[in-house]
Write a protein that binds this ligand. Structure first.
Ligand SMILES: [Zn+2]
Length: 262
């Protein structure tokens, strides 16, 4: 378990399954203890024991099993409140509180915003708490989620909502995919100095068995191949190299297509 301090809360990062992360958000001003996307229950239960606190909430970003499989067992243990997207409520196991951009969850001691970010799934949401972003499978370290239920236009719109957050915002995504994603990024953006620096940093972290996550919005906007289309000069260079139109959607769609075939 790794822990990160924010102004009013601590984020504990729990690696589970092959490459998933569950996050525990521990408020320092209330008894709130939130599990984000509990892929399984045992690891969360043990972490709660270690912290000496009961789980008060589960926040789901989307319905996939590797984000929700712990829901019902943890609800049985702790009678915690399960929070998920209102427009996807019938696919979130045990949901108690349906939220949206206009109706975010109210939790004592925490300032929470919800973003609708369809693309990976139609009902995917992200949670923003001050300078922490919990974005599930929408944005990854140097990558983005596959478009299982959405269009490239939807995903690009969702990623744009994330990209305009403050650059210092920490990106707590749900998988450790960064090194594999960086290989692809290098293939399409080889001359980017920020990318070259990131590859060295993240390889070093993994050599020491440390997570590459959280990254930050500033790191992602400068190196993530799925956020680079938001930069007009990148689009020009990419479009010329691949003989396509230089509008952001055409560039994004081409990069996503290449990654799917990678
Ligand atoms: Zn997913």
């Amino acid at each position: 378990m790794w822990s990160y301090q924010h102004a009013g809360f601590t984020v504990h990062q729990l690696p589970v399954l092959r490459d998933n992360y569950i996050y525990l958000i521990e408020s320092r001003t209330s008894n709130a203890l939130i599990a984000v996307d509990p892929a399984e229950a045992v690891t969360v239960r043990n972490a709660c024991k270690l912290l000496g606190k009961p789980l008060t909430h589960i926040f789901n970003t989307h319905h996939h099993w590797d984000h929700t499989d712990g829901n019902l067992a943890l609800k049985k243990d702790f009678a915690c409140v399960i929070v998920g997207a209102g427009h996807d409520a019938d696919r979130i196991p045990g949901i108690d509180l349906a939220v949206s951009e206009s109706a975010p969850p109210q939790v004592d001691g925490l300032n929470i915003t919800v973003l609708n970010v369809p693309g990976h799934t139609s009902g995917h949401i992200a949670y923003v708490m001050d300078d922490a972003l919990f974005c599930g499978d929408t944005l990854f370290g140097a990558g983005c989620g596959r478009l299982f239920e959405g269009t490239p236009a939807q995903m690009l719109h969702s990623l744009n909502k994330i990209a305009i957050l403050n650059g210092s915002t920490k990106v707590y995504c749900a998988h450790e995919y960064t090194l594999a994603n960086l290989k692809f990024a290098q293939a399409i953006d080889a001359d980017n100095p920020a990318l070259i620096e990131r590859i060295a940093d993240d390889k070093n972290s993994r050599r020491q068995h440390l997570p590459t996550i959280p990254s930050s919005i500033a790191i992602e906007t400068s190196t993530n191949p799925f956020l680079r289309p938001l930069d007009g000069s990148f689009c020009q260079i990419y479009a010329t190299a691949h003989n396509i139109n230089s509008d952001p959607l055409t560039v994004f769609t081409d990069i996503r297509r290449r990654k799917d075939a990678w």
